[in-house]
Design a protein. Structure first.
Length: 232
């Protein structure tokens, strides 16, 4: 099977999987209700599926293949699910805490502004939430992701890696910190993630989950490209 056919089948599979959420009110309603009732479970599933999908797409961009020996799709999905829980936590903490901080700094009614229609004040608060989250939390999460990726590859992508201690010190001493700083931190955070999450926090709550899901795919693509870029 040639690459073009594989790409077509891959896109069709994605369309078939996602289209019911857009065209069927029952499916979308179930998704919305489940997300409201079990937000942490949904965060785990969302990132396990979508961010891993992003890494698969990144691998295709980099190597021309959707899978590779030692890639470890299942371990990556489990790690992304766990990271998804921390991402949800970060959204809650920063969306709640940054407006309070802004009020302490003199911006009156920062919490109330986020419940109102678009305004320059709301844009400022949304930008502040996004900037704080991406400058404080994102570098830690991205570095942890890089470490777990390295651990998975070092163990041949096998599920056994999930039960082995991660040699944090060894992996961190061997990491390409130039790539991590110059691409992952210095470029993706200020030029993509802060603007993207500013838009996220400007959206009504019912649309944030869908937008965050799309960003989960982009996140996987960017980090997968960064992880493989040195090999090019």
């Amino acid at each position: 099977m040639n690459k073009v056919v594989k790409d077509i089948l891959f896109v069709l599979a994605i369309v078939v999987f996602f289209i019911p959420f857009f065209l069927c009110d029952t499916v979308f309603g179930w998704y919305t209700n489940f997300n409201l009732q079990h937000p942490m479970v949904m965060s785990f599933l969302k990132f396990a599926i979508l961010a891993t999908l992003g890494e698969v797409i990144g691998l295709r961009i980099k190597t021309g293949q959707y899978t590779a020996n030692g890639f470890g799709i299942v371990p990556r999905a489990l790690i992304w699910g766990l990271l998804g829980l921390t991402i949800k936590m970060a959204f809650v903490i920063f969306a709640s805490g940054v407006p309070v901080f802004l009020e302490k700094m003199g911006l009156a009614n920062a919490l109330e502004v986020m419940k109102q229609p678009f305004s320059s004040s709301k844009l400022l608060v949304a930008f502040s939430i996004s900037a704080a989250m991406n400058l404080i939390y994102a570098p830690v999460m991205m570095t942890l992701h890089r470490i777990t990726d390295t651990h998975i590859v070092a163990n041949g992508g096998k599920m056994a890696c999930m039960f082995k201690p991660i040699p944090f010190g060894k992996i961190m001493s061997e990491m390409d910190w130039g790539m991590q700083w110059n691409f992952v931190f210095k470029k993706t955070i200020p030029f993509f993630w802060i603007p993207a999450h500013t838009i996220t926090f400007l959206m009504p709550a019912e649309y944030r989950v869908l937008f965050a899901a799309l960003l989960g795919i982009v996140l996987g693509v960017l980090l997968a490209i960064a992880a493989n870029k040195k090999a090019s």
